[in-house]
Design a protein around this ligand. Structure first.
Ligand code: HSE
Length: 371
């Protein structure tokens, strides 16, 4: 098989992981790497500051995009597909927003557009969802898909305040360049749009009322939940409902021992629920080499397949609320908490949305979904 030549857009944590991992292979050669500031890197690397040297280079077969953000990544990816290159990306923002359009563009140009690394870092979740778990319709897909918030909540349970825990996550390279995407739930929402899109062939554009991050969570709440035998994680869930698809990202309360509460550091866990049963996949959700392994899997998939497919149809679909019961807690940590219902002790529940109640009430509304 001929050597595959690639161009890489971006050389941050994931880009460096790809360079390192490809250094161990000789069937895939890195032709050029797009960076903004070449002086910051090892001069042996084939760096360029001109993206068109990659997109218009006839020798390059695959463009690997690991720069993040919509602008200019979306334009670069569209141009690469138009100029007859396959694309592999880790960019959840672009895929969540433009996935169906770019998949169709790839199909029309008889190229591949693959994005395993955009959800769950090194976990082969999109491959599993697309190919392995389709014997029966999928009811729901759910998971902890953001390592930064997982890490922060872990630290806060041990008494650290939110801002100190966030700084630590940034120092470890887990958080996005702008960490508000992590802590306000949008990173999880983008990943959930991609998961739901593949699970239900319905592309959901997340909206504010269905996305709640962890910025309002206080370590005193976490400590009190802990004393009561519970823990909290930021969970993303999409589920089929009679005439809608429920879509929510929210901090969620779980009884001690639940798999989400055992996830360490930036580990992710994702469950796929169908008549065939529930499949859980857990693994490293972020990090250079872990995410690079998903990118290399996509490169290999393109090398070994001819992307000449039937069109895929994705219907644009509005997100709907998930129907659940409510509990209202006070924001004041010294007020007694209401009893947690017995049914919750057996399952999982969602804690959603101060936005449903006016902030001046000083109340936090917790919404539980009983499994
Ligand atoms: N900021 C993301 C996270 C990186 O914390 O999970 C991986 O997508």
């Amino acid at each position: 098989m001929k050597t595959t030549r690639i161009g890489i857009l971006g050389l941050g944590t994931v880009g460096k992981g790809v360079v390192e991992a490809l250094g161990r292979q000789n069937t895939v050669v890195i032709d050029k790497i797009l960076v903004r500031e070449p002086y910051r890197y090892n001069s042996d690397l084939p760096l360029t500051t001109n993206v068109w040297e990659i997109i218009e280079d006839p020798d390059i077969d695959i463009v690997v995009e690991v720069m993040g953000g919509v602008d200019p990544a979306y334009e670069y990816l569209s141009s690469a597909l138009h100029s007859g290159k396959s694309v592999v990306t880790a960019n959840k923002e672009v895929v969540a927003r433009y996935g169906p359009e770019l998949m169709e563009l790839a199909r029309q140009n008889r190229q591949g557009f693959l994005f395993e690394a955009s959800v769950g870092g090194g976990i082969p979740i999109l491959d599993a969802l697309t190919w392995h778990l389709r014997a029966t319709p999928i009811h729901a897909v759910e998971g902890v898909v953001n390592g930064t918030t997982n890490f922060i909540l872990n630290q806060m349970e041990q008494g650290m305040e939110f801002s100190a825990a966030l700084q630590r996550a940034q120092a470890l390279g887990l958080a996005e360049q702008n960490p508000s995407a992590d802590v306000e739930g949008w990173d999880s929402a983008r990943k959930l749009s991609i998961l739901a899109g593949l699970a239900f062939s319905s592309w959901i554009h997340a909206e504010k009322e269905h996305v709640l991050g962890i910025t309002h969570v206080k370590s005193c709440h976490l400590r009190r939940l802990h004393e009561m035998g519970f823990g909290l994680r930021l969970v993303a869930r999409a589920q089929r409902q009679p005439s809608s698809i429920g879509f929510v990202v929210a901090p969620t309360v779980y009884p001690r021992g639940h798999r989400y509460l055992k996830l360490a550091g930036s580990q992710n866990a994702i469950g796929i629920f169908s008549e065939a049963g529930t499949t859980w996949i857990e693994g490293p959700g972020a990090g250079g080499i872990a995410t690079a392994s998903s990118i290399i899997a996509d490169i290999q998939r393109i090398r070994f397949s001819i992307p000449d497919r039937e069109p895929l149809f994705f219907e644009d679909f509005p997100a709907a609320d998930i129907d659940d019961s409510y509990l209202i807690f006070t924001e004041d940590p010294y007020q007694p908490l209401p009893d947690i219902p017995d049914s919750l002790q057996k399952g999982a529940g969602y804690l959603v949305s101060p936005h449903a109640l006016p902030p001046e009430t000083g109340l936090v509304q917790y919404r539980f979904r009983i499994q």
